[in-house]
Design a protein around this ligand. Structure first.
Ligand SMILES: CC(C)(COP(=O)(O)OP(=O)(O)OC[C@H]1O[C@@H](n2cnc3c(N)ncnc32)[C@H](O)[C@@H]1OP(=O)(O)O)[C@@H](O)C(=O)NCCC(=O)NCCS
Length: 197
């Protein structure tokens, strides 16, 4: 199945100029410090560098991720891009891998925003920079009406980041990987009402 499956929405479909001809889905724009690309099958070492670090996943999963978990996570990102055109794209500052940020579809049809930074890349504003690029992409390129985000109840950095980005807490929701109720947020597209019929 090619990535064209994600082009089910008319707005998104208009972005398609082909698929088997090798045209890739669009990516968020580069920022002052960061560029995005798609995960590849040979990115196992980068995936391990990020998700193999317990300080990164401590508030994302109950147990440390082992190699098989990380291989599966990498495969699921690649599948997500193939099927939906989005993923938690790997992020680079120059040539240096610094983590991932992006979108994934939810059962309620909203796209979920997520940012995972390598430990030595945190605390420099890169999460804010990456998230803003992903949000702009979701609203202006994909035409998403709103975004979802959530975090572990103890993740103060994530709570601060989401509020700073304009997300509003709406409810709590069970997050199976931690077994906890996660504060859950929504961010509506700017000027959404102005464009309504
Ligand atoms: C959450 C995460 C992405 C934030 O990354 P970061 O590099 O600290 O983010 P930024 O530097 O852009 O900072 C974002 C804001 O959060 C604040 N912040 C950072 N750590 C904080 C903490 N522990 N408590 C409270 N606020 C914090 C920063 O001060 C900044 O706010 P400011 O601009 O008003 O000063 C990063 O900690 C991470 O990748 N964690 C592991 C994965 C994860 O839990 N992801 C979130 C779930 S998707």
């Amino acid at each position: 199945m090619s990535w064209v499956r994600w082009l089910v929405c008319p707005r998104w479909r208009s972005l398609a100029v082909g698929h088997d001809g090798g045209v890739a889905p669009p990516l968020p724009s580069s920022t002052a410090r960061l560029r995005f690309r798609f995960w590849r099958g040979d990115d196992g070492a980068l995936a391990w560098q990020l998700w193999g670090d317990r300080s990164v996943t401590a508030l994302l999963s109950l147990a440390p991720l082992v190699r098989a978990d990380i291989d599966a996570r990498l495969a699921s990102e690649i599948t997500c891009a193939a099927e939906h055109g989005v993923q938690y794209w790997p992020l680079f500052e120059g040539d240096r891998f610094v983590g991932c940020a992006g979108l994934r579809p939810r059962p309620d049809a909203l796209l979920e925003l997520g940012v995972h930074l390598c430990a030595d890349a945190q605390g420099r504003g890169l999460a804010t920079e990456a998230a803003r690029a992903v949000i702009a992409f979701a609203f202006s390129v994909l035409g998403a009406p709103a975004l979802f985000a959530g975090h572990h109840p103890a993740n103060q950095a994530s709570a601060h980041l989401l509020r700073k980005l304009g997300f509003v807490q709406t409810h709590t929701e069970l997050y199976p990987p931690t077994g906890l109720l996660h504060p859950s947020y929504r961010l509506s597209a700017p000027n959404r009402d102005r464009h309504r019929g």
